[in-house]
Design a protein around this ligand. Structure first.
Ligand code: IPM
Ligand code: MG
Length: 347
């Protein structure tokens, strides 16, 4: 398996180093390559997603991605901002299915923003559509008739886009507890009405899955009121972005949530859901566990190596159960120490 490592910006390189440490410890038959991405690539080449990086990404079986985002470049033209690198990779590689699992690790009951008995029940998977919605619709700045400046971003979904993500979500639900909740805003948005109609239609292929629908505002509320009710959630790009950050604090820290972005084939990009965290970059205090859990997802989905994926996840669970905590969870362990603890727990 050819794996491309894209550390990116902020804490990206620090947490990537811990994933590499783990890869070395596992001693797998993989070849590794590195490339620049995000603000780091922009600073070096003038582009957040240089052609060389994109070529390497296309040729890779799997991509392990750190984070992009650098406040130094927040004011450059939008198409040159660091974030365009991840959006470009998602679009260019057709990575339309984003899986964001969230469950409460034993020992973290008191770290959740929720009461322990509410948090303990969390074991859910957010399936976020990643190639459409307001993220990729026409956007721009224009002047209204009254001479006022107006920003706009078109929200749109086509039937085939909804259908393919719905199939991914129903299949995921079949492999879990058989319940799928589709989240939309069909009481207001036409995009959501189509979404709801198509998901309902696809449900006929999956009689063993129980489908429900929920408006996104209610879903945000239910996620903190009673998150244990959710098994698989399927939703659009924007709602999925927001709800997955919310889910992360429900399980204790955004430094714990991994994700897989999958195409129709076996290629995938794997990244923590958190960003580049420029405020703590370079201090060696970032939590590497979401990055490490992303590596586990890579081995599972692109490598077909369930055994080592489960081994990494068990090691992370062990480390947390043993009380290892970084600053995000009120502890004092640094990035490298946490990475070492996971390597030690592998065996
Ligand atoms: C995420 C991030 C990205 C997104 C940003 C960095 C463009 O927030 O992966 O959740 O909005 O999708
Ligand atoms: Mg996000």
């Amino acid at each position: 398996m050819k794996i491309l490592l894209l550390p990116g910006d902020g804490i990206g390189p620090e947490i990537m180093a811990e994933a590499e440490k783990l890869l070395a410890a596992l001693d797998l038959p993989v070849t590794l390559d590195h490339a620049l991405v995000g603000g780091a690539a922009y600073a070096a080449t003038g582009y957040p997603l240089p052609a060389e990086t994109l070529e390497k990404a296309k040729a890779a079986d799997a991509i392990l991605f750190g984070a992009v985002g650098d406040p130094r470049f927040d004011t450059v033209e939008r198409h040159l901002r660091p974030e365009q690198a991840i959006l470009g990779l998602r679009a260019e590689l057709g990575l339309f299915a984003n899986l964001r699992p969230a469950r409460l690790f034993s020992g973290l009951e008191d770290s959740s923003a929720l009461r322990p008995e509410v948090a303990s029940a969390i074991d859910l998977l957010i399936v976020r559509e990643l190639n459409g919605d307001v993220y990729f619709g026409e956007k721009g700045m224009r002047t209204t008739d009254s001479g006022e400046k107006q920003g706009y971003d078109i929200m749109a979904y086509s039937e085939s886009e909804v259908r393919r993500i719905a199939h991914v979500a129903f299949k995921a639900a079949q492999g879990r507890r058989g319940r799928l909740c589709s989240v939309d805003k069909a009481n207001v948005l036409e995009t959501s009405q189509l979404w709801r109609d198509v998901v309902t239609d696809v449900a006929r292929d999956y009689p063993d899955v129980t489908l429900s629908h929920m408006y996104v505002d209610n879903a945000a509320m239910q996620l903190v009121r009673n998150p244990g009710q959710f098994d698989v959630i399927v939703t659009g790009n924007l709602f999925g972005d927001i709800l997955s950050d919310q889910a992360s604090m429900c399980v204790g820290s955004i430094g714990l949530l991994a994700s897989a972005s999958l195409s129709a084939g076996t290629q995938g990009l794997y990244e923590p859901i958190h960003g580049s965290a420029p405020d703590i970059a370079g201090q060696g205090i970032a939590n590497p566990l979401a990055m490490i859990l992303s590596l586990a997802m890579l081995l599972r989905h692109s490598g077909g190596d369930e055994a080592n994926a489960a081994r990494i996840e068990a090691a992370v669970a062990q480390v947390l159960a043993d009380g290892c905590r970084g600053a995000d969870l009120g502890g004092t362990m640094g990035t490298a120490a946490l990475g070492d603890a996971v390597v030690a727990a592998l065996n």
